[in-house]
Ligand binder design. Structure first.
Ligand code: DON
Length: 587
């Protein structure tokens, strides 16, 4: 029986605490940041010059090839992003958007925001029916023609290349590997074949999508060659006419015409008006290590730094990694930061967001006083805090470090797997359903069960709030230590948190930190998610005894990361063993 009385629970907790201290004390283990080999993880991929860690091996190879030809990390990242639009169509995209964090070898860091924008016709209640209920299915924010925001990927890559590319490779050259993969085809692997079959119902809703991605109902099997002539032609037009082709040229007309035919929201004017923006990254530090991450319109950086600030007040070195003590504190930090996310966060170009207050150490100290080290809080009682000072189920992350030490951490997405399921006729590209990241009706849950507030309500030309968290962590001397990011909707932020604390507090290398089982809590629903085999039965019972509600186990995230080895400068690439056909490739 799972029922445990309070007294028994307390006794059990005390026993756990004593045990974990005893275990920690008896270990000779000293964090050495990965020099020790751990049985449970393979070694990261080691490279002297450059490395790409992406969720798809073909795309990683494309990036390495660009670096071998003299390109820098930004050039390589652009080519990888285009290649993933071909080989990883559930998330890689031209029809979506995302965030690229760049750290140059001289230490300058910047964030390129190419998040989708709401079409001009998207007003506050656009996804509500006459009774004020959220519209499900076609017409709503998840599926079909009205779900798409204005794609940002092409403008984002344009901006990155213009400002931070090496200048040695052209736009046309960086697109060429993707065009070739689309025109000549590539061999479908197990993961892609499984993903396409798994989404067969969704992808069958629209004839054009079914024709291309399901081979007209005949499916693609492992080993088949997948050729995408329409997408290849779109890439060729982008090569010939430049990025404006997507926003003002023939491609723009094809997208707008298809949207108009099906009562979509997006127009030619919306495409013309899209802008990618360069933003100041958010900076925090955890136990003296600087953490640099994505600012709004992603919530990722702020929520991550808020959680790290809360956790800094606890001595994890005294807690066993697998102890319920550690899981308890991680969960309570997650609960509080996600409550703040729901209340305070949105596109800062439209809403006032107290970012400085949220990532302030004093605010974290105040939140810590509300955490009972023994008992779970209830999310119903945890409301957003009062930070000071106002100021301004498929995604993919990849990361690149080049031979000079420039680094890119990029997360981009169509939102849901295969986005809105709409291929704009004649373009071969899938449109996103990023409009669901807005609060269609503030206070009600979205696709990921996230409750979001007024600041993230729909408005024309606004960007929906994201959880994507491409992140850099620096050593105390200011050099790059590691980069990390992941897909997974709201779980992204906690996946990045887990990896960072695994490295800093428990001395894992990047592969070990990514492999280790993760947890997730997002305030509401009030449940602690863990991974299959991720928590022992004893630990589950200890957490239940403290008052946590455990959800059904499921896998969390698909993290990719690169760490720079301190003594040698070697680049250590790591991809996630959970669900990817990813591979870090280096040279
Ligand atoms: O921007 C966001 O937060 C979401 N659109 C990300 C979606 C996602 O990660 C789905 N992947 N599993």
């Amino acid at each position: 029986m799972m029922r445990v009385t309070r007294t028994r629970g307390t006794i059990r907790l005390i026993t756990t605490a004593i045990l974990s201290v005893a275990i920690t004390a008896s270990l000779t283990f000293q964090p050495d940041h990965g020099i020790t080999t751990h049985a449970a993880s393979r070694e990261p991929v080691r490279a002297r010059h450059g490395v790409v860690a992406a969720t798809n091996e073909i795309a990683s190879n494309v990036g390495v090839d660009i670096m071998k030809r003299g390109g820098n990390a930004v050039d390589a990242a652009i080519a990888v992003a285009f290649a993933l639009a071909v080989t990883h169509p559930a998330a890689g995209n031209l029809g979506g958007g995302g965030f690229m964090m760049i750290r140059l070898k001289d230490g300058r860091t910047t964030a390129i925001d190419y998040r989708e924008m709401a079409p001009a016709a998207a007003t506050r209640n656009i996804y509500l029916d006459q009774n004020g209920n959220v519209i499900e299915g076609e017409g709503g924010s998840i599926e079909g023609y009205r779900a798409a925001g204005v794609p940002g990927t092409v403008r984002g890559m344009e901006l990155a290349l213009k400002k931070y590319g090496s200048g040695k490779l052209t736009w046309t050259q960086l697109i060429e590997p993707a065009r070739r993969l689309a025109a000549n085809g590539f061999t479908v692997n197990y993961n892609l074949s499984r993903s396409l079959r798994g989404s067969r119902e969704y992808l069958s809703k629209y004839a054009e999508t079914k024709r291309i991605y399901l081979n007209n109902g005949k499916f693609y099997n492992e080993g088949d060659v997948f050729v995408q002539p329409d997408l290849a032609a779109t890439f060729a037009r982008l090569q010939q006419r430049g990025p404006n082709e997507f926003y003002k040229g023939h491609t723009a007309q094809l997208i707008a015409a298809d949207m108009k035919r099906h009562q979509g929201l997006l127009t030619l004017d919306d495409l013309r008006g899209y802008v990618a923006k360069e933003r100041q990254p958010l900076r925090g530090n955890y136990r003296g290590y600087e953490v640099i991450s994505m600012p709004p319109p992603s919530s990722g950086g702020a929520v991550l730094i808020e959680m790290l600030n809360i956790l800094e007040g606890y001595d994890f070195k005294k807690m066993d990694w697998a102890s319920s003590d550690r899981y308890h504190l991680m969960t309570e930090a997650m609960r509080r930061a996600f409550a703040d996310r729901a209340e305070y966060m949105g596109d800062t170009d439209f809403a006032k967001v107290p970012i400085a207050g949220l990532i302030d150490k004093k605010y974290a100290a105040q939140l810590r006083t509300t955490i009972n080290p023994e008992r779970a809080s209830s999310s119903e009682q945890v409301k957003a805090g009062k930070p000071a000072g106002y100021e301004s189920e498929e995604t993919t992350h990849f990361t690149v470090v080049d031979t000079d030490g420039n680094a890119v951490a990029n997360t981009y997405t169509l939102n849901n797997s295969y986005g809105s399921a709409v291929v704009a006729k004649g373009t071969g590209l899938i449109m996103n359903d990023e409009m669901d990241d807005f609060a269609a009706k503030p206070g009600t849950a979205n696709l990921y069960g996230l409750i979001q507030g007024e600041r993230n309500a729909v408005a024309p030309r606004k960007r929906p709030l994201s959880a994507m968290t491409p992140t850099f962590v620096l050593r105390k001397d200011g050099s790059l230590w590691f980069t990390v990011g992941s897909p997974g909707g709201p779980t992204i932020i906690n996946t990045v948190l887990d990896v960072i604390t695994n490295v800093i507090d428990y001395g894992m290398n990047i592969q070990q930190a990514i492999d280790a089982p993760r947890i997730h809590h997002q305030w509401l629903p009030d449940e602690l998610v863990f991974e299959p085999y991720g928590l022992s039965g004893d630990t589950q019972n200890a957490l239940i005894a403290r008052g946590h509600k455990l959800a059904k186990p499921r896998y969390l995230g698909d993290a990719e990361g690169i760490m720079i080895e301190e003594k040698t400068g070697m680049r250590l690439g790591a991809t996630d063993p959970r669900r990817s056909d990813g591979l870090a490739v280096g040279y």
